[in-house]
Design a protein around this ligand. Sequence first.
Ligand code: ADP
Length: 258
Amino acid sequence: MKKRIVIKVGTHVINDEERLSISRFEKLVEFLALAMDKHEVILVSSGAVATGFSKIKLDKKIISDKQALAAIGQPYLMQYYNEFLQKYGKIGAQILLVYDDFDSRKRTKAARDAVNTLLKNGVLPIINENDSTAVEEIVFGDNDQLSAHVTHFFDADLLVILSDIDGYYSADPKEDKNAKLILHVDKIEKSELCKNINAGSEFSTGGIVTKLKAADFLLKNKRSMFLTSGFDLNDAKNFILENRHSGGTLFMPKGKFK
Ligand code: ADP
């Protein structure tokens, strides 16, 4: 059955230290194209700041410089997406949102109508937060929350987070060798949401807590989230293209069947 799926890709996945990782980007776009043949797909893509930094070396620690990097990087990122999507006869369209857009029914409806029209015409909506007006994203947040909002308010069945980690573990696998991958989660404990765990790199702003917050928001709204690797897309492909859960964590409300 055709589903509406939001796919969120983290900075780490598409960028190496200082520039776009062409091989990972190529594989990501191939996956997006395959997913678009089966489902309605909305992409939420990070990576504008890192892409901007590959063009000009501003100081990422200064907010206005970071906003400038996002403004420089965003159009390049869109250009790369469209260059690669073209190989599959597909096109992407840019939608920049801020949180206030979800506070106003009128603006949410306008954005949803635009997204619906893009999807109806087989176009991939590529969403990012409008960094030059949304200071909070750069300071506190990340696209995990944005993608959870997009999933809920644009009425998608599932959010897929492609991360630098292949799922949610019993402990941080970088710290604890005995950490075990958890395949199914239907409830997130409050204590898990309060942990202060840093994000993976200077470009990542998320960390596992923001992913758990996104999952918590979706579970409370009777929607699902799948956290999986963006480096090795096998589990994502199995799940999205073949409905087979070979790895990755599925956050699904109790009683809801895929
Ligand atoms: P992304 O850049 O993909 O948004 P982040 O690097 O910000 O992702 O966050 C993922 C990181 O969170 C992982 O690389 C991992 O080291 C860390 N982490 C901490 N606790 C956990 C956990 N319980 N399960 C999985 N990852 C965890």
